[in-house]
Design a protein around this ligand. Sequence first.
Ligand code: GDP
Length: 241
Amino acid sequence: MSESPTPPDAPAPAKAADPLVIRSLTFAGPMASPRGWRPHPSLPEVAFAGRSNVGKSSLLNALVRRKAFARVSKTPGRTREINFFEVNRQFMLVDLPGYGYARISKERKAEWKPLIEGYIRTSPALRGVVLLLDVRHDPTNDDRQMLDFLADVEVPTLVALTKVDKLGTTARTKRIRALSDEIGLDPSQVIPFSAHAHIGRDELAEALLELVAAPPFRDLPFPEPPASPDAPAPVVLDDEA
Ligand code: GDP
């Protein structure tokens, strides 16, 4: 028996609920040096890494549906720091400085490497890292170093393949498979993404929340709450609570 056609006045199928509704977003402050200030690690942290220009600010803006990151993380001076954003009083979104800019000097590289690696090695609240790779390009030496480092620390890792709108459907599927094979990740760890074409936002949000909900992958001592006089005042970017 054939199915009866949908009556013209039937309600549209319900849209899947947004897995990550942003109710509050606060810039908690920057970490500028390996032993510098950082927020007390009381909330689970998920960090975002990628080379400069990979599309990290666009991805983060799409993730929280705000232009907040472009405003904060791209202000002069901030681009070399680790920026901490508290989301929904539930988790900390950690924006690592973009690495491996083609023209970067050895000196600059010597600055960001210890900062990024030191943070990833020592944060007791870190639950996972999202590494961004441009779907069109093979991983650079810096990307490979980062992947090796993340594997070495054994931190749960997702890879977001950015700018997939730049490829047609067939080329995209082929490229995603080839890149996943090349970096040796299970396809479940790889999320095709496009900020411009609104692809992958909810998948990324869901995967991120799974990392947030997972128990810590390692057992590191929690520091005493700092009595740090140089702690910055948090900046509320959005608060619907
Ligand atoms: P960041 O340096 O990693 O923070 O990268 P941005 O988010 O500033 O993006 C760098 C450049 O890539 C900008 O010109 C963006 O417009 C572009 N871009 C970012 N995301 C996308 C995307 O999803 N699709 C396309 N086609 N371009 C993008």
